[in-house]
Design a protein around this ligand. Sequence first.
Ligand code: TRP
Length: 333
Amino acid sequence: MTTPNKRIVSGMRPTGPLHLGHYFGVLVNWIKLQEQYECYFFVADWHAMTSEYADPRRIKGFVPGLVLDWVAAGLDPEKCVIFQQSQIKEHAELHLILSMLTPLSWLERNPTFKEMSQELSGQKDLATYGFLGYPVLMASDILMYRPFAVPVGQDQLPHMELTREIARRFNHLNGDFFPEPEALLTPDAKLPGLDGRKMSKSYGNGISLGEPMSEIIPKVKTMFTDKNRLRKSDPGDPEVCNLFPYHKLMTGAEKCAEIREGCVKAAFGCVDCKKVLLESMERFLAPIHERRAALEKDPERLRALLEDGNARAREKAAASMREIRNLLNFQFD
Ligand code: TRP
């Protein structure tokens, strides 16, 4: 293998505003990792095109918003490289090279591919060459920077496995070159949506990072708590309450223990519990909203930040591709 490194790579598709589920599922991890490692975080706009190919012009509109959400959440462009996939053409070149050596059967048996094709069938025709190759493009995004790890959500594990298999096959054919990066999952990151289902934009059951308190308040007020607790005098069960997972993440441990006890002993009612949660949310979101407002007012800074990140990523990617072309004897000299 190449020299051990402390690099990290990860990306997200630009499909709309990020919500608290993204924050606690992936972003907390990124924000922590930027303190310890050389990090590359990118907007996967080409990946968005695998499903949005019929109307690709819309994708660009989501790019600045995603970067805005990241920086508002706490990614610091001084500490990590933030860039846009489609602006680093080397990703496309590596994708092409890796596609040559990736067996079709690996892609066809990929569970994510099967699930997504079924889920979206009827709405979108995903029987395309590009969609089947989604994991190959992802492997290129990752292997380009030769990271030791990739922070992703649980749903991306099959893709990570494929990335390692592709790296192994490349190394087997061409000599050791790529590391086999591991997935870094956020421990215990499940934050259900307001209705208890998975938090998802398509269910409309989330709270986005840029949402003002005035919109959050009515949402929290209508959240279900323990369905068996009809009156305050009934004892409740925090484990089946939709509110409690939010408290666990946003209300301090001590207060959480108090809430739990008050709920179980029928001393603390759901209306008051929601009030406490709204206070916690406000405290939690205040710095995020502040950073967001500052950057939103300054589109030039946002643009410059991304341009700077693109330049840094491009330099790294260009160096990688020179090595890969040399290795395969595809250089021009
Ligand atoms: N597939 C990822 C998602 O849907 C996005 C992505 C594309 C990615 N390339 C990547 C994530 C490389 C990590 C590394 O969220």
